[in-house]
Design a protein around this ligand. Structure first.
Ligand code: ARG
Length: 471
């Protein structure tokens, strides 16, 4: 179908070709900005009335008509005409059809170029808030997991090699901390931009602004924003969209890292974490399988979001200033990245909500890997040994244990430890007290530094989180 009735038909002699029509349209996906488009139009009409470019009767006819259209869209009754290309023209045409002449005045002093930049900006602000609240659900799930796991001691890993004992809950809080950083990043974007005076593009017109006495500051104030500093820049920039997709890519990256962690923990080799069966899948061939497919998909979908980010960056690269139609493609990527991350967050919160660390599987493994070696070195420091010497002494003790087939430092007797101490040019000799800093469970209780993975600092973190989330 072709349309002979477009607003530019006076200049373009032919109706748009049917193939071109389908090629150029964006209504199939930009319709999801209808709310922002209508809000922008109402603010614009208010401003036009304020500066006297339309009268009050026209202004209220416009607002009433737009609200009706909004309700119709929400009820699913509204028919989106593809020949009108995009959400801006579809809504304007529907308005004019309803209210006649005042509808034909709405586009005074504006262009689809500042309109689309405005709609996308407002959509991103709303959607960033949406993601922030979804992350809140995930944070709550991590924090209650941390509470359930506040007595479970487990190994921590660096280089995926056994490092130091921690409280399992502290690891859950580490993930919470990471996602909370994402919320901060998104909060910035939800305020409108990367600078202190986020500017609404509306009022920029097609590129050069307008010779009419419009007041972009008033329009912007309706959203708590500022007038364009440069109409040329405002219609060309998609920096906020890039920031948003980057922030989404960071959420996706964090989800992917966490998913990988739990996939490892779910293996028979580890068995550290149990997730509910309803979030796993079986195998069509191997009857025994219980696979972490949801976690794997989360890990994989991060790749899609990275793709969206690079897609957007690539669209922008090489665009001359001013609006170019390439910019229409931005929305596909922004929407897709948002949908992917939003779905992953819902899935993640559901999985964490009913997961638990498997104490029975974790506990017997605590004896392996000399998890208390650093704690012993730190104990020697409290007895007056320089840390480098202490490190050396404990290294020697570990080697000795391995040679003698001992799995833990607590299997060494005092004499053996003091003998190695003597060999390291230190006069310090230690007593039975040393055994209070050996063994994973003892160590996990002894941490004192702010933010540490056990002891009082862990309980403090837990408390801070519970207070923050009202748990
Ligand atoms: N649908 C277009 C977009 O999404 C709106 C702006 C079109 N402007 C233009 N002058 N062709 O970017």
């Amino acid at each position: 179908m072709t349309s002979p009735n477009k607003s530019w038909q006076a200049r373009i002699s032919e109706a748009t070709d049917a193939i071109a029509q389908r090629f150029v349209e964006s209504i199939s996906y930009d319709r999801r900005m209808y709310k922002q488009d209508i809000a922008g139009s109402i603010a614009h009409a208010n401003m036009l009335a304020h500066v006297g470019l339309i009268n009050q009767a026209e202004r209220s006819a416009i607002e009433k008509g737009l609200r009706e259209i909004e309700r119709e869209i929400e009820s699913g009754q509204f028919v989106f005409d593809e020949s009108l290309e995009d959400i801006h023209m579809v809504i304007e045409a529907a308005l004019t059809q309803r209210i006649g002449e005042p509808g034909r005045k709405l586009h005074t002093g504006r262009s689809r170029n500042d309109q689309v930049a405005t709609d996308l900006m407002l959509w991103i602000c709303d959607s960033a808030k949406e993601i922030i609240s979804q992350i809140d659900h995930l944070l709550k799930a991590y924090v209650s997991l941390a509470r359930r796991s506040s007595e479970i001691v487990m190994p921590s890993y660096t280089h995926l090699q056994r490092a130091q004992p921690i409280i399992a809950g502290a690891e859950a809080l580490a993930w919470a901390q990471m996602f909370s950083g994402d919320q901060d990043r998104l909060a910035h974007i939800a305020r409108g931009a990367f600078n202190d005076q986020p500017e609404l593009p509306l009022g920029s017109g097609a590129i050069a602004g307008s010779s009419l006495p419009i007041d972009p500051q008033q329009t912007a104030a309706a959203f708590g924003l500022f007038a364009p500093a440069s109409s040329i820049e405002r219609t060309a920039s998609r920096d906020q969209a890039v920031d948003f997709v980057f922030a989404l890519a960071m959420v996706a990256q964090h989800l992917s890292r966490w998913a990988e962690q739990w996939i490892i923990y779910m293996s028979s080799e580890f068995g550290f974490i149990r997730i509910a069966d309803r979030y796993t899948t079986g195998s069509s061939m191997m009857p025994q399988k219980r696979n972490p497919d949801m976690l794997e998909l989360m890990r994989g979908r991060c790749g899609n979001v990275y793709g969206d980010l690079f897609g957007l960056m690539t669209i922008l690269k090489g665009l001359p200033i001013g609006y170019n139609r390439d910019l229409q493609e931005d929305k596909r990527l922004v929407f897709r990245a948002y949908d992917t991350v939003s779905q992953c967050l819902t899935m993640a919160a559901a999985i964490v909500d009913c997961a638990h660390f498997d104490q029975q599987r974790i506990e017997p493994t605590l004896e392996r890997g000399f998890l208390d070696a650093t704690s012993l070195a730190e104990y020697l420091v409290t007895q007056g040994v320089a840390f480098r010497t202490a490190h050396h002494i404990v290294g020697t003790l570990v080697a000795r244990c391995e040679k003698e087939g001992k799995v833990g430092l607590d299997q060494l007797d005092l004499d053996a430890i003091n003998e190695v101490m003597a060999g390291h040019e230190t006069k310090v000799r230690i007593t039975q007290e040393v055994y209070t800093c050996l063994g994973a469970a003892n160590v996990a209780r002894r941490y004192r530094s702010a933010g540490a993975g056990g002891g009082e600092p862990f309980l403090q973190q837990l408390q801070t989180w519970e207070k923050r989330l009202g748990l």
